[in-house]
Design a protein around this ligand. Structure first.
Ligand SMILES: *[C@@H]1O[C@H](CO)[C@@H](O)[C@H](O)[C@H]1NC(C)=O
Ligand SMILES: *[C@@H]1O[C@H](CO)[C@@H](O)[C@H](O)[C@H]1NC(C)=O
Ligand SMILES: *[C@@H]1O[C@H](CO)[C@@H](O)[C@H](O)[C@H]1NC(C)=O
Ligand SMILES: *[C@@H]1O[C@H](CO)[C@@H](O)[C@H](O)[C@H]1NC(C)=O
Ligand SMILES: *[C@@H]1O[C@H](CO)[C@@H](O)[C@H](O)[C@H]1NC(C)=O
Ligand SMILES: *[C@@H]1O[C@H](CO)[C@@H](O)[C@H](O)[C@H]1NC(C)=O
Ligand SMILES: *[C@@H]1O[C@H](CO)[C@@H](O)[C@H](O)[C@H]1NC(C)=O
Length: 514
């Protein structure tokens, strides 16, 4: 009898260990749908990521929660749209605020469920007290807390236009909060937990440090508790820079070299996981599509050409990717690798979103979603196990860059996409097309058959009218839902107290690199 109990005990233990995988989210920055070989065969620089897809699940209709960094990351970590969290646009380098304390991150949920948690890389949700990764569920952190172009570095890395290295001279210090400016008053910092350990960071060493941190964290994992690692890579955001080993490794330019280095970093993480792969879910994705104004230093949109926007008869040109509601802005790579649990080589066209990450990881980690708020994501476990082909048929894409930030700029209903805003975002030529509010007569595309969004439905057709009416109703429902929900507000002010600074006496906040 006792033996029986023991056997059941051991079995239960094995099963519960099975039920709670280690979880690694790898999130690339500004990486296009076409930047991985399995999505777009012209791309040959991602052998490791391709292998994850060949041995795992590839989602082909997966969308970021917004099409710029900050709101996309907030949506991923909270499972809620910016209209609820208040996080609708990017924070500046010297932001006073950050992700609201009332919003709960997936790291907080998993930590409460017994996970060990760590984060590396780009946070971009605030650095001050209450808003730092260590205040939002991560037990350790290493990273540049925002985009690589939000502070100077020496050497500066590749950007368009080229930015100079950090000034040495006190006279050039300016307090600037515009994130697009080459000259921030603050050199690019590297945090180790809550301490700024290096400033400016050496871009070429960043990848090695990130790989080391991931390896230490993973290998230090005890068998008694599963872990959660959020690896928010600095790749592929400008300025581009690589370790010596990857410099001109492809002979096809900075972008290809940097992509190779990123793939190498994914390989380092995978090899640190080693024999525990079968108990570790690795989920690779990107925060938004390519930043097209960066020309050859921007990634590939794959087939998502946004032809209506690009044409003179339509939107009059400009970007169709990052900052827009066109497919290349928010449709991003998404690969789930978990041998023994996910059937190798599966491809799913289910309509899915980074908003689904919170409910999915909460289910896998046996955590609890806060009960005092609504979520925009859905548990994706049925897609992962293959027990279902769909989890939703409606998805909202917020404006990020044109129109009012956070306002819903497009609605997906099955394969139909209703587009309410266009234009206003520059591409490589510098042209942007006029910013247009199309709300009164939106465009409707069938993105199931028209990847490049070239042929809107005829506005006089009954098909068009039905879809637009349906979308209007969904938007009203969402508005009602949000108006009865607990929502948060965000302080978007910048100020000198928000400046991340190693040495307040140094005009550009330098501290020694050692
Ligand atoms: C390793 O894990 C222990 C206990 O879980 C923790 O105290 C320590 O800080 C960890 N070390 C690293 C390098 O993560
Ligand atoms: C990069 O490598 C190619 C050959 O692979 C070579 O022709 C080219 O000169 C190299 N460029 C630089 C900047 O070293
Ligand atoms: C992981 O699972 C797969 C499929 O069940 C198996 O072939 C492989 O040997 C396992 N790997 C390890 C390291 O246990
Ligand atoms: C809003 O939050 C309060 C406090 O946590 C809670 O009592 C209330 O039920 C929440 N409302 C909704 C709609 O979830
Ligand atoms: C776009 O137009 C609609 C309808 O005319 C209007 O209600 C809405 O406020 C406008 N949106 C913005 C961001 O101005
Ligand atoms: C709000 O939306 C969520 C997610 O779709 C749903 O579960 C909830 O019932 C809705 N609540 C209200 C009050 O409409
Ligand atoms: C946080 O939530 C509480 C109660 O749910 C609410 O009273 C408060 O206004 C919220 N704070 C912010 C900054 O949204």
């Amino acid at each position: 009898m006792e033996k029986m109990y023991l056997l059941w005990g051991v079995l239960a233990l094995l099963m519960s260990a099975e039920a709670r995988p280690n979880i690694i989210i790898i999130m690339a920055d500004d990486m296009g749908w076409g930047d991985i070989g399995v999505n777009w065969p012209q791309t040959v620089d991602t052998p490791t990521i391709d292998q994850l897809a060949q041995q795992g699940l590839r989602l082909t209709d997966f969308h970021a929660g917004a099409s710029v960094c900050t709101p996309s990351r907030a949506a991923l970590l909270t499972g809620r749209l910016g209209l609820r969290t208040g996080v609708t646009k990017n924070f500046g380098a010297d932001a006073l605020g950050g992700i609201p304390s009332n919003e709960t991150t997936v790291a907080e949920i998993l930590q409460a469920a017994g996970y060990r948690t760590a984060m590396l890389g780009k946070w971009h949700l605030g650095t001050r007290k209450g808003h730092h990764p260590l205040d939002k569920g991560f037990q350790s952190y290493l990273g540049v807390p925002y985009s690589l172009d939000m502070g100077c570095a020496d050497p500066p890395g590749a950007n368009i236009p080229a930015c100079p290295a950090c000034p040495e001279d006190n006279s050039v210090y300016r307090f600037v909060s515009a994130p697009e400016s080459c000259y921030m008053g603050t050199a690019l910092p590297l945090y180790q937990d809550k301490t700024v350990s290096h400033q400016p960071v050496e871009l070429a060493q960043l990848t090695t440090m990130y790989a080391e941190f991931a390896k230490n964290f993973i290998q230090n994992a005890s068998s008694s508790a599963p872990y959660f690692l959020y690896a928010a890579l600095s790749h592929m955001h400008v300025p581009l820079a690589q370790a010596e080993k990857y410099s001109n490794v492809t002979g096809r330019g900075e972008y290809a070299d940097t992509l190779r280095e990123m793939d190498g970093l994914v390989e380092s993480i995978l090899s640190a996981v080693g024999d525990s792969v079968n108990n570790t879910l690795i989920w690779f994705t990107s925060d938004n599509g390519p930043w097209q104004v960066k020309c050859g230093l921007a990634g590939s949109v794959g087939p998502y050409l946004g032809m209506w926007q690009a044409s003179d008869q339509g939107g009059g040109g400009g970007s169709v990717a990052k900052m827009t509601v066109w497919e290349a802005g928010h449709r991003v790579p998404s690969i789930l690798y978990w041998p023994g649990h996910i059937q190798a080589g599966r491809v799913s066209g289910a309509l899915t979103s980074a908003l689904d990450i919170v409910p999915t990881l909460t289910a896998l980690g046996e955590g609890n979603l806060p009960s005092d708020r609504q979520f925009d994501g859905t548990d994706m476990t049925p897609i992962i196990t293959g027990s279902s082909e769909t989890i939703r048929n409606v998805l909202y894409h917020p404006n990020s860059g044109v129109g009012e930030s956070g306002v819903i700029g497009a609605v997906r209903i099955d394969n139909y996409k209703v587009v309410y805003y266009s234009g206003g975002v520059p591409d490589c030529s510098g042209g942007a097309g006029p910013e247009q509010n199309l709300t009164d007569t939106p465009l409707v595309f069938d993105v199931g058959s028209d990847d490049s969004e070239s042929s809107p439905l005829d506005k006089t057709s009954s098909e068009y009218q039905q879809i637009v009416e349906l979308a209007t109703q969904y938007l009203l429902d969402l508005q009602h839902n949000i108006s009865t929900d607990n929502t948060s507000s965000v302080d978007y002010q910048s100020g000198e107290q928000g400046r991340v600074c190693c040495d307040q006496d140094s005009p550009i906040c330098r501290c020694p690199w050692d």
